[in-house]
Every structure is written in C-alpha cells, then in structure tokens.
Design a protein around this ligand. Structure first.
Ligand SMILES: C[S@@+](CC[C@H](N)C(=O)[O-])C[C@H]1O[C@@H](n2cnc3c(N)ncnc32)[C@H](O)[C@@H]1O
Length: 276
C-alpha cells in the first residue's frame, strides 16, 4: 500500500518511473508519417490513447483535428500539454486516464481512436477493446500500433530481453506483445462486438533515429524506459554485465546507419484498423 492507502498501480508506476519523452524524441518522424496515412482532416474528433507526450497527437492536431490525448502517466500528460502550448495548438489537450477504463469519456465521442504502442501496455486487453469500441462513434475507426510477440526486430526483442531479466510478472498478467498477434486482436475486438471482417492487420515499420552511437541510444533506454530500467535494476545483483552485453549486441546488430554519430533502427509492428 502507498502512503495514501491506495494500492500501487504497477502499470502507471512503470511509465512514470522513467522519462519516455527521451525515447519519443527518436520516434517523431515515424509518428508523423503514420499520422499522414490516417485520413485525419480538420475537425476530426480524435482520441489518442496512451498518447505519451504526443508523438502522434501533435501531428494529428497539426492536421486540424480536435485531439484529446489520454495517458496513465502524469509526467507524460504534463509533457504533452507543455508541447501543445509551446506549439500553439489550442485543439490539443492531454489528460490522465486508463485505456482499460475510460469512464470519464462518453459513448460514441470520437471519429478516430489512435493508440500507437499505448493501449497495448494496459492491463485487461478485453476491457481495452470494449472501451475503445464504446467511445468510437458508429462509422468511426480505431487504429492501434502494437509490437509483435516473437518478432526479431528492435522493440519486441528489447522487451523480450528486458522481461527475461525482470522478476516474474504477477499471476494472470497478459503480455502486451500479444496485441501484435492477429488472432488475439480479432478475439478481443470480437468480444467487444466487432466482426472479424471489420478488422484489418498489416505489418508496418517504425524507425528510431538517434543522434549518437548505438551505445548512447541504449543508455537512454537504460535511464529512461521503464521496462529496461526494471531489467537493469533486477540484474544489478550479478547479471548486469550479461544483460548489458545482450542489449549492446542487439542495438549494434540492428543499427542500419553507417555514420558514427547517428543510430537508425527499424522496428516492425502490427497496424490494426478496426471499423466500428
Ligand atoms: C511506448 S509509450 C508510447 C507513447 C506514444 N503513443 C508514442 O507513440 O510516443 C507507451 C505509453 O502508454 C502509456 N500507457 C501505459 N499503460 C496505459 C494505460 N493503461 N492507459 C493509458 N496509457 C497507458 C504510457 O504511459 C506511455 O505513455
């Protein structure tokens, strides 16, 4: 129990622990490119769920949509609102909320619900599907970007290695990367009332672009990315060098840049589009 006698929300704690804005800085170009494919027009009512500091929410608003970013982490909500303000985007705001329980949002409120590597991290995936369908208006769409279980590219491997050094998850925990497996996606949205022929899944690629070496890039994950921070903390009692070597090899092998001061790492994800 915390000092306020509330049970600690492990999901929130994971993302408030670090500073995801540092990682998000390396994902802006791909975020903008993805948003460009979503058919956002002025006045589109968009919910960006698990928005972080707005990698996709900002370009959605720049295309003229009315955007609400919802995220479980208070620090990222504050960072998103600061970005919206500094960019003069009065059609973009961020608030705290949980993708598994969007009770503060009314039914049929949004034309488009976007969740890029966001809602996949929420507990209770069937509730995520039910809630996203509930807040989307009939005729609207849900677009999710999800890292894929067993995929050989960057984030799936980073999460796999990080998990293998972390304490076992609590009983009943469902791995976020199951959201990258089509049959789970269809089952979850099916339980929320969406037939399979209204769900499409395609592989797409996000590219991380970092000004620095692969080792410096890894350092940012070590210092600022909750799942990797947890792995280093758990490995500190004797396995830290082994973990570090494994992750150094990963980023070194996957880097496609030939320049010493630039790291470029592609990562494959599942782009899910649901017509509500
Ligand atoms: C990998 S980051 C992605 C952020 C952003 N979508 C982007 O593309 O930069 C995952 C985000 O999901 C948020 N998140 C995790 N669990 C959540 C939940 N249950 N409800 C809402 N947001 C959640 C985290 O706080 C974090 O901002």
């Amino acid at each position: 129990m915390s000092t306020t006698d509330q049970p600690v929300n492990a999901n929130r704690a994971l993302w408030e622990k670090g500073d995801f804005t540092r990682i998000a800085e390396t994902m802006r170009e791909s975020g903008e490119e993805l948003v460009g494919k979503l058919g956002v027009t002025p006045g589109t009512a968009v919910l960006d769920l698990g928005s972080g500091d707005g990698t996709t929410a900002v370009p959605e608003a720049q295309l003229g949509a009315d955007v609400l970013g919802v995220d479980i982490a208070a620090n990222l909500v504050a960072a998103g609102n600061a970005r919206a303000q500094s960019l003069g985007l009065t059609n973009l705001r961020f608030q705290e909320g949980d993708a598994s329980d969007l009770n503060e949002l009314a039914d049929d409120s949004f034309d488009l619900v976007v969740s890029i590597f966001g809602a996949m991290f929420a507990p209770r995936p069937f509730d995520v599907a039910k809630e996203t369908v509930r807040v989307t208006r009939p005729g609207g769409r849900i677009v999710m970007g999800n890292w894929i279980a067993n995929d050989p590219t960057f984030v799936a491997q980073l999460l796999r290695i990080s998990a293998s050094y972390s304490p076992p998850p609590p009983e009943g925990f469902i791995s976020p990367v199951t959201w990258g497996v089509e049959e789970h996606v269809v089952e979850r949205f099916g339980a929320a009332g969406v037939p399979a022929d209204r769900i499409s899944c395609e592989r797409d690629t996000y590219t991380f672009t970092f000004k620095g070496t692969p080792s410096e890039f890894l350092d940012d994950f070590r210092q600022y990315y909750g799942p990797t921070m947890n792995a280093y903390a758990a490995a500190a009692s004797g396995r830290e060098a082994e973990l570090h070597a494994e992750l150094e090899a990963l980023v070194g092998d996957l880097n496609t840049s030939s320049s010493d001061d630039l790291t470029v790492i592609p990562a494959v994800f599942l782009r899910v589009t649901v017509s509500v």
